[in-house]
Design a protein around this ligand. Structure first.
Ligand SMILES: *[C@@H]1O[C@H](CO)[C@@H](O)[C@H](O)[C@H]1NC(C)=O
Ligand SMILES: *[C@@H]1O[C@H](CO)[C@@H](O)[C@H](O)[C@H]1NC(C)=O
Ligand SMILES: *[C@@H]1O[C@H](CO)[C@@H](O)[C@H](O)[C@H]1NC(C)=O
Ligand SMILES: *[C@@H]1O[C@H](CO)[C@@H](O)[C@H](O)[C@H]1NC(C)=O
Ligand SMILES: *[C@@H]1O[C@H](CO)[C@@H](O)[C@H](O)[C@H]1NC(C)=O
Ligand SMILES: *[C@@H]1O[C@H](CO)[C@@H](O)[C@H](O)[C@H]1NC(C)=O
Ligand SMILES: *[C@@H]1O[C@H](CO)[C@@H](O)[C@H](O)[C@H]1NC(C)=O
Ligand SMILES: *[C@@H]1O[C@H](CO)[C@@H](O)[C@H](O)[C@H]1NC(C)=O
Length: 861
């Protein structure tokens, strides 16, 4: 019965996965597109597969292993290449490789798979080398290979597609990979000149493993037990203990001792300390089981009692994109190896074997244990003099029956809709002294998620698109040097360097606090959201609330607003900016909530407000508020305030139409109803809705030069020009006259033919049709007005007539801008980006000056 339970658990997991998956979707609060934030990149033209990253001891240089090349780049700016060395496959080797049926262009190349520190002045580098794995030493002083040409079998895979992992411990390389051309012989080995060791080639030891990670845990210095350093390997392998209809994968942790010398007779040159156990990462209540390991990170921190293994998982059947993070305490892993029960294979019926818990006597010293003071006291000073009984036992029982359970017995994080690939974790202290483990997790689409556990809730602070293309991130590296913290990511196309936080992007105290980013705090003195690990000096007065409580933020005393004037019957667009994916924007009018369902209002991009058919009753104060759910409450903040006022324009026949007005300096354009005085060629803007936040002219975007004169730039919608309207109406008149002329001609001909008797039968029918047809022509004026009204609501319909536009009809004071900004509704992304670019120069809501310009211009006409 004991054995059956997990099987059913797994079965359940695989079948109900789809249904259960719906529940887990912590949304990243902010999404940063590539190029929106300051990322530095390294890419050498013609070089691909940047799969190995290594930080130098002093953390000043980042070593990058790619296909056929190793680079040294500046760790502070990866765009600055310092050294490069190429390691290409010779032509005859390539030819030999191709003979074996491998691709000359892709597989028969040298993929760098091992990049480890060997000494202060050299690196240990191994590459697949056209299916002839080879290792060499890289002299860091000259940045040249020494040409050692060591056989890399067992340290580096033959096939670039095969899994591998390695760690350098005391000048000896510990590695897990495959040992042969086909990749069918898995091996965990140590390349050591005095005591090379490897795993037994047997299914109970390794069964089609996929290696993920390896690292060493040093013995604790204060321990009295005379322990040894231990090396941990993480991999997923095919289950031997559970039977299933298909190959069931099991995530494992295996451990070997650094002091292991192998056995004297039994297990000669093999590990005597190799034990492995199953890692559990599941939600028992939901039946979700994550059994494919993607990556592991060892979190060590001064404040942490013991290292913690953060492991990234996906389920075996992952068609919905589901990932989980489980954390394991080192002691719980060690406890399984030190005190857990072993598993053993039993032959049931004829040749059918089954793995069951071993309940018999266990020989002493305990099989698989590292040599400690107790063993030494019993005269077992080395694995070489361990008794045969112990060695035979560990050879037959490398698998533990007990499993390693995660901290808290459940995943730290479950995320739907992404396939996570790599993880690094940083432990950081916030201003109130609390420590947070910040998880940086990359996706198979080139993005990076930053997640933190707040209470019992997962908060994904932000999502950053590291790579332009949606390619998997293959390696992540975290730098820890004080004051200069970065995360580095490698992919097939290059290396990207990203800061740990983008605090400067939060322009208000509320925004800074609501981000709930452990690296960010608001400094009221400088009115800036600062990055804590870069900040110097006393932190007194800084505001950081991981609860998202914004009440300690200073009042926006000098709250400013934007005033707009409008014309009866027009449409206004009021802007509002918010980049949080967790927030909802609500609009208030004279302190009452606006109902978006009302046909009078519309929302653009879920935030900007459109008001149609403006009338007197619409004048007043409009406020844009964002409501963000933070834990169990909703935090509301005022984002923008607009005041609408009716403007009486004593002008005769008017033709309301929709204009896109671009006030100088403001990149944000708005649609504005404009009244044209017929016959006049200068339009009069009646209502101007512009950005809610103060924006000063950016030289980059200023299309009207450096003139201080207020200007309105009109974009190239043909209807926007009064002349267009005029031309259109005169065109219509011309057409109408033409039509009438032809009609009369036709009438004459018809009458003539009727009269002549050429069309005797049809004469009556045509006569009646003729009378009806004469009723058709209507006032072209009302027709036109009707069509304009329709287009007010539908900005997309403007562009189609661009071709008919003969030439820009407007002169001084107006400029046509052959730009695309207003030919489409600006996306939210563009808006927020512009705000970011410009807000550095000006404080939010400081807009009076610009308003005056716009208004005075309107008056001037
Ligand atoms: C190497 O990079 C190329 C180009 O992106 C990609 O097509 C290929 O699959 C990569 N190969 C490996 C083994 O990662
Ligand atoms: C990084 O280096 C590149 C290349 O030298 C340079 O163009 C860029 O300005 C540097 N960026 C920073 C932030 O130092
Ligand atoms: C590494 O290169 C430097 C400079 O060329 C040289 O002096 C040194 O001897 C080299 N080291 C080894 C181990 O070859
Ligand atoms: C690895 O083993 C080779 C012999 O197979 C030996 O020449 C080399 O020195 C070893 N490297 C290390 C780092 O121990
Ligand atoms: C995750 O990967 C699986 C295959 O490995 C794929 O079917 C699925 O579409 C991916 N999901 C996402 C969200 O990328
Ligand atoms: C250990 O070996 C020493 C000498 O080789 C011997 O004197 C001692 O009795 C042994 N101790 C045990 C516990 O066997
Ligand atoms: C515009 O509003 C007025 C009242 O202010 C109303 O009479 C008229 O029908 C509205 N027009 C449209 C098209 O909704
Ligand atoms: C929200 O949760 C906190 C503790 O997490 C609790 O003290 C508070 O009463 C809760 N508030 C509401 C409105 O449920």
């Amino acid at each position: 019965v004991r054995m059956r339970a997990p099987i059913w658990g797994l079965l359940l997991a695989l079948t109900v996965l789809l249904e259960m998956a719906v529940a887990f979707a912590p949304v990243p609060r902010i999404t940063w597109e590539h190029g929106e934030v300051g990322l530095l990149q390294f890419h050498e033209p013609g070089t691909f597969n940047y799969s190995a990253l290594l930080m130098s001891e002093d953390e000043d240089t980042l070593y990058v292993g790619a296909r056929e090349a190793v680079f040294a780049v500046n760790a502070l700016n990866v765009s600055e290449k310092q050294h490069e060395v190429y390691w290409k496959v010779s032509e005859d080797k390539k030819a030999k490789c191709a003979e074996k049926g491998k691709s000359k262009q892709t597989e028969c190349l040298n993929y760098i798979r091992v990049l480890q520190p060997l000494s202060a002045t050299s690196l240990y580098v191994c590459g697949t080398n056209a299916f002839q794995p080879t290792c060499d030493h890289l002299n860091l002083t000259s940045f040249k290979f020494l040409g050692k040409n060591e056989d890399g079998k067992g340290r580096c895979p033959f096939d670039p597609a095969h899994s591998y992992t390695s760690v350098m411990v005391g000048g000896e390389l510990y590695s897990g990979t495959s040992y042969n051309f086909l990749g069918s012989e898995p091996i965990i080995s140590r390349n050591s000149s005095h005591s090379p060791l490897r795993t037994e080639y047997a299914i109970p030891w390794l069964n089609e493993p996929s290696f993920v990670f390896a690292d060493v845990i040093q013995k604790s210095l204060d321990s009295t037990e005379g322990e040894d350093d231990r090396v941990y390997f993480f991999f997923t392998e095919v289950s031997v203990e559970y039977e299933f209809v298909f190959k069931l994968m099991i995530p494992r942790v295996a451990r070997v001792c650094k002091g292991d010398q192998g056995g004297l007779r039994t297990l000669q040159k093999k590990w005597t300390s190799f034990l492995k156990a199953r890692l559990i990462c599941s939600r028992p209540d939901s039946g979700l089981v994550f059994n494919i390991l993607q990556d592991v990170f060892v979190l060590r921190a001064p404040g942490l009692k013991e290292p913690v293994f953060y492991a990234l998982f996906t389920p075996q059947l992952n068609n919905v994109g589901l990932s989980a993070v489980c954390a394991y305490a080192l002691t719980s892993v060690e406890a399984v190896f030190a005190r857990g029960k072993y598993m053993q294979s039993a032959t049931v019926e004829q040749s059918h074997t089954k793995w069951v818990r071993y309940n018999g006597p266990v020989p002493t010293p305990r099989p698989g244990a590292c040599i400690d003071s107790e063993a030494r006291a019993a005269n077992y000073t080395s694995s070489l003099n361990l008794p045969d009984k112990t060695l035979q036992f560990v050879k037959d029982h490398p698998l533990m029956d007990d499993s390693v359970t995660p901290i808290g017995n459940r995943p730290r994080l479950i995320k739907k809709g992404v396939n996570y690939t790599q993880i690094v974790v940083d432990r950081t202290q916030v201003l109130d002294g609390t420590f947070y483990d910040v998880m940086f997790i990359s996706t198979d689409q080139g993005a990076l998620h930053k997640a933190v556990i707040l209470g019992n809730e997962v908060h994904v602070v932000e999502e950053t698109q590291l790579f332009q293309d949606s390619e998997p991130v293959q390696t992540l590296l975290l730098s820890s040097k004080k004051g200069r913290r970065f995360v580095y990511a490698g992919s097939n196309s290059g290396v990207v360097q990203s800061p740990l936080a983008f605090c400067g992007k939060h322009s208000s105290c509320e925004d800074c606090v609501l981000a709930r980013d452990p690296y960010c705090a608001w400094n009221p003195a400088t009115m800036a959201c600062i990055t804590l690990y870069q900040a110097e000096g006393p932190s007194r007065g800084w505001i950081q609330e991981m609860s998202g409580d914004t009440s300690s933020c200073p009042d926006k005393s000098k709250e400013s607003f934007r005033k707009h004037f409008f014309k009866h019957g027009g449409t206004a667009e009021l802007k509002c900016f918010q980049n949080s994916n967790l927030a909802r924007v609500v609009w208030k009018f004279q302190n009452g909530l606006l109902k978006a369902e009302s046909p009078k209002y519309g929302l653009v991009g879920r935030k900007h407000l459109l008001i149609f058919n403006l009338s007197e009753g619409d004048s007043g104060v409009y406020q844009c508020l964002s409501e963000e759910r933070v834990r169990n409450k909703t935090v509301s903040q005022l984002l923008a305030k607009h005041v609408l006022e009716m403007k009486v324009v004593p002008q005769t026949p008017m033709l309301p139409t929709l204009l896109a007005v671009h006030t100088e300096g403001s990149r944000i354009t708005s649609k504005v109803p404009v009244a044209f005085t017929q016959g006049s060629s200068s339009p009069t803007p009646i209502l101007q809705a512009t950005s809610p936040r103060g924006i000063t002219p950016s030289p980059k975007y200023s299309s009207t030069g450096t003139s201080r004169e207020p200007k309105i730039v009109i974009n190239t919608f043909p209807q926007l020009h009064s002349k267009t309207v005029y031309l259109k109406s005169s065109d219509n008149r011309l057409l109408m006259s033409l039509f009438l002329f032809i009609f009369v001609l036709f009438l004459c001909l018809f009458s003539y033919n009727c009269y002549k008797g050429y069309l005797p039968g049809q004469c009556l029918k045509f006569r009646s049709a003729l009378l009806l047809g004469k009723k058709k022509p209507k006032s072209e004026f009302s027709d036109l007005e009707q069509s304009v009204k329709e287009t007010l609501v539908e900005p997309g319909s403007f562009s189609q007539q661009n071709g008919e536009q003969p030439k820009p009809a407007l002169d001084t004071g107006y400029e046509t801008e052959q730009d695309t900004i207003t030919s489409k509704v600006p996306t939210d992304r563009e808006d927020s980006q512009r705000i970011d670019e410009l807000s550095a120069r000006d404080k939010p809501f400081d807009v009076k000056c610009e308003l005056k310009f716009a208004d005075s211009d309107a008056d001037g006409d």
